[in-house]
Ligand binder design. Structure first.
Ligand SMILES: C[S@@+](CC[C@H](N)C(=O)[O-])C[C@H]1O[C@@H](n2cnc3c(N)ncnc32)[C@H](O)[C@@H]1O
Length: 149
C-alpha cells in the first residue's frame, strides 16, 4: 500500500459509480456495513446521500484515521463508526445491517466466499445480491448486498 499511500482512492471507480450503485438500492438504508473501506471515499458519498448509520471496516488503521479525518471535515462523523478488523473475522452480530457495501475489496477473500461469510450479517436471511460492475470489469467491480424488500 506504500505506493498508493498518497492517494485517497485505493480502488477503481468514482463517486459517480458509487451513486449509480446506490440508486439501485430500492429502500432507504438505515444500517450500512462497508467492508474494505480504505480511506473512506465511498463512505463519504454514502453518508452524504443517505441518513444511514455506517460502520466502516478495514484492517489498515492509518486508512481508517484518514477516513475519520475526511468525514469529520465533511460534518458526517456522527453517523460513522470505524472498526479495524479483518474482513474474514467480522465481530458483528447476525442480522445487524440492511446493506453491505464493498468497493473493490471482496475479491481479496474471493467474492463467492465473501458473499457466503457476510450474508448472515444482513437483517433478513431472504435477500438478493446486487452487483454493479464498472468499466474495469471483474476486479474493478463494486458490490452491494441487499435485504429483500
Ligand atoms: C483495493 S482497496 C479498496 C479501498 C476502498 N474501498 C477504495 O475504493 O478506495 C482494498 C482495501 O481492503 C483493505 N483490506 C485488504 N485486506 C483486508 C482484510 N483482510 N480485511 C480487511 N480489510 C482488508 C485494504 O486495506 C484496502 O483498504
Amino acid at each position: 500500500m506504500r505506493v498508493f499511500s498518497e492517494l485517497d482512492r485505493w480502488g477503481p471507480g468514482s463517486e459517480q459509480d458509487t451513486l449509480k450503485a446506490l440508486s439501485m438500492v430500492p429502500f432507504e438504508p438505515q444500517f450500512i456495513l462497508e467492508i474494505g473501506c480504505g480511506k473512506g471515499v465511498a463512505t463519504t458519498v454514502l453518508a452524504t446521500h443517505t441518513s444511514a448509520h455506517i460502520v466502516a471496516v478495514d484492517n489498515d488503521e492509518p486508512a481508517l484515521a484518514r477516513l475519520r479525518e475526511r468525514t469529520r471535515e465533511a460534518g458526517l462523523s456522527d453517523r460513522i463508526e470505524t472498526a479495524c478488523h479483518s474482513m474474514q473475522e467480522l465481530p458483528f452480530n447476525a442480522a445487524s445491517f440492511d446493506v453491505i457495501w464493498s468497493e473493490g475489496s471482496a475479491y481479496i477473500i474471493c467474492v463467492a466466499e465473501a458473499f457466503e461469510a457476510w450474508r448472515p450479517l444482513l437483517k433478513d436471511i431472504e435477500h438478493e445480491l446486487g452487483i454493479y460492475r464498472n468499466h474495469l470489469g471483474e476486479f474493478g467491480y463494486q458490490m452491494f448486498v441487499l435485504q429483500k424488500s
